[in-house]
Design a protein around this ligand. Structure first.
Ligand code: HPA
Length: 243
């Protein structure tokens, strides 16, 4: 089955023939919805909860990924909003990153040590699934919606936005966009043997890059505009997947 994890801007997304469930996991409860999207069976997780109650550092990542695996999900498409740190990631643009630098701390970021679960040092050379990345990019191309191929996603702790110096440092580290949720999500999916890729939308210039402070109301407007195309891309991608 296909899993979809949606972030900010997708609160009104509904599957067809959907069933809302509260799923119990060893890591707590997860609200998720199963149903159909583009004629495929899909399990949908609202990363921040349906009422947006989890800030990025509070998201129950382990429970959410565990729940998807337990339902038989093998491939996860995720969405995320980011602050742009390179020309390819100007506000309003989308990208499918191919690398991650993890700046988060204190998050439950592994299943290692969980009773009954044998965890190893997973390979994370390529943190995102090439199969799902290609699928997203193919759909964007078919729909004639420009999506940048690649880029380094810097995962910051949040919930505050970054300082200008933090952004300068991340640019020097080779990062192209910063968001708050790809980690530990991507690593947990890998630990459980699931394919995972993220469609990102830049909704602001990262701190210090635009000459002004970041107004979250402007961010929300950019988000609302770009989400329309993100949904189209997801719809097409899902329609072509066969799991
Ligand atoms: N930084 C981190 N996460 C974000 C940003 C940002 O500037 N914009 C949207 N998500």
């Amino acid at each position: 089955m296909i899993g979809v994890i949606v972030g900010s801007g997708f609160e009104d997304l509904r599957l067809e023939h959907c069933l809302d469930r509260v799923f119990q996991t060893p890591f707590g409860e997860v609200d998720l919805t199963t149903g159909r999207w583009a004629n495929q069976k899909v399990a949908l997780v609202y990363r921040h909860g349906k009422d947006h109650r989890y800030a990025p550092h509070q998201v129950p990542y382990r429970a959410q990924i565990w729940a998807l695996k337990s339902l038989g999900v093998s491939h996860i498409l995720a969405t995320g909003t980011v602050g742009g740190m390179s020309a390819d990631n100007a506000p309003g643009h989308m990208s499918v990153p191919d690398q991650i630098v993890d700046y988060t701390w204190g998050r439950e970021s592994t299943y290692w040590g969980v009773e009954g679960f044998k965890c190893q040092h997973i390979d994370f050379t390529e943190p995102f699934s090439s199969l799902l990345r290609e699928a997203l990019l193919e759909s964007a191309k078919a729909l004639k919606i420009y999506v940048h191929n690649g880029g380094v996603y810097a995962c910051t702790q949040g919930p505050r936005l970054e300082s200008a110096a933090e952004v300068r440092r991340m640019i020097m580290d080779g990062c192209d966009m910063c968001g708050m949720t790809a980690m530990p999500e991507a690593a947990l999916a890998r630990e459980l043997g699931m394919e995972y890729a993220m469609l990102c939308a830049s909704v602001n210039w990262a701190a210090g890059l635009s000459g002004s402070t970041i107004a979250w109301d402007d961010v929300k407007q950019t988000m609302a505009n770009v989400v329309v195309n993100m949904k189209k891309i997801l719809n097409d991608t899902i329609s072509h997947l066969n799991f």
